[in-house]
Design a protein around this ligand. Structure first.
Ligand code: AMP
Length: 357
């Protein structure tokens, strides 16, 4: 485990006038790079060969370092170079996926925005659920054994962000039949989660918690566009019945959405409960951006089924700000920019160690 003392030591050695904002060249890198620029920082992207050709040509990117694979960020030579350049890393979804939350907490010496522990909490389904329960939120019912299935359920697998292999079942027989057919390694298949399928509309709000101001902000909201479940609904029901392929939930894009305004107070309460719950579970709790995946039922209740403790790809919709960020800021405020603003304010107030871990 990289200790907080070690990070603070590294930070004390930094030239704070020459901080560079750095992330892996994928996911939300453009937004982060632009946000850094807008807040007066230089940016740096770590890119694979394919990414280097793309990001390297964009005027918003100050500098790139080409690496063979994203996990090369763990190499000592690369880490030393980043520290020499006074880098603050910004974790995003692909960052966590390619580098791994364990490696981030145990091997990455470069200062990073936010509490690293949150990355472990968000990538483990049991821990996520524990966090939701701590925050007193409604979650989908989970069935411990397949023979308990008494309603429509969604069967999920670990490490399969984007829903690879997920399937729906209405009975124990259907569960076993579909599990057999699923194209996943046997050891992954054994780690299924059986979750009540919640019927309602999805909302993925983008929150930002500032520990410096003790304020929770709503910066935007999206719905994921998922293939082929979103494609299937365009086919009339009679033809759908002839299609053998089940729905899949691989994310292919994001769609903006606003919530019925009268529900915003409830939504903010959910966000605040998650912040307070995180402070109790893993001190100092979540810092900066986080997103909850939730379904709103016809009774106007929110059921929460996933949480991400870092910037999510849906924020790419709002590089020039959203309906919600516009209420808070009189300037285009993306999530990437808000992250860099927090770093700028912390630097001004001499409080970087409160948000960098
Ligand atoms: P996840 O990997 O948990 O983010 O799930 C992928 C997608 O499956 C989500 O974006 C939703 O469209 C859908 N989904 C996940 N869990 C549920 C649930 N309990 N009820 C209904 N739909 C769900």
């Amino acid at each position: 485990m990289i200790s907080k003392d070690e990070i603070d030591d590294t930070l004390r050695g930094y030239n704070l006038d020459r901080l560079e904002i750095c992330t892996l060249g994928t996911h939300t890198a453009l937004q982060i790079a632009k946000g850094a620029r807008d807040e007066g920082f230089r940016n740096l992207l770590l890119c694979t060969e394919k990414g280097a050709g793309f990001y390297g040509r964009l005027p918003v990117v100050d500098d790139i370092i080409e690496i063979n694979s994203y996990s090369d960020i763990l190499l000592d030579g690369i880490q030393d170079e980043l520290i020499d350049r006074n880098v603050i890393l910004i974790p995003h979804g692909s960052f966590v996926e390619y580098v791994g939350s364990k490696n981030i907490t145990e091997r990455l010496r470069v200062p990073m925005l936010g509490n690293r522990l949150v990355l472990e909490w968000e990538s483990n389904r049991k821990m996520e659920r524990r966090w939701f329960e701590e925050a007193n939120l409604r979650v989908p019912r989970e069935f411990k054994a397949p023979d308990e299935i008494d309603r429509l359920v969604m069967v999920k697998f670990p490490g399969a962000r984007g829903g690879a292999g997920y399937f729906l079942a209405k009975s124990v027989d259907e569960f076993h039949k579909k599990l057999k057919e699923v194209d996943l390694p046997e050891h992954i298949k054994k780690e299924y989660t059986i979750q009540e399928y919640v019927i309602g509309t999805r909302f993925y709000p983008h929150f930002f918690y500032s520990p410096l101001n003790d304020e929770l902000e709503l910066l935007g909201m999206d719905i994921r566009y998922e293939s082929n479940v979103d494609g299937l609904v365009r086919i009339p029901n009679i033809i759908q019945k002839e299609i053998k392929e089940g729905p899949s939930y691989v994310i292919t894009g994001n769609i903006p959405v606003v919530l019925r305004e009268s529900l915003l107070p409830d939504l903010m309460e959910i966000g605040r409960n998650l912040v307070e719950g995180s402070k109790r579970l893993f001190k100092p709790g979540v810092i900066g951006p986080f997103c909850v995946e939730m379904i709103c039922t016809p009774e106007l209740e929110f059921v929460c089924f996933e949480i991400s403790g870092r910037i999510v790809a849906g924020t790419n919709l709002f590089i020039r700000g959203s309906t919600y960020s516009d209420i808070l800021y009189n300037e285009p405020m993306s999530c990437g920019r808000r992250i860099c603003r927090e770093i700028r304010i912390a630097r001004e107030r001499n409080k970087l160690e409160e948000i960098i871990y």
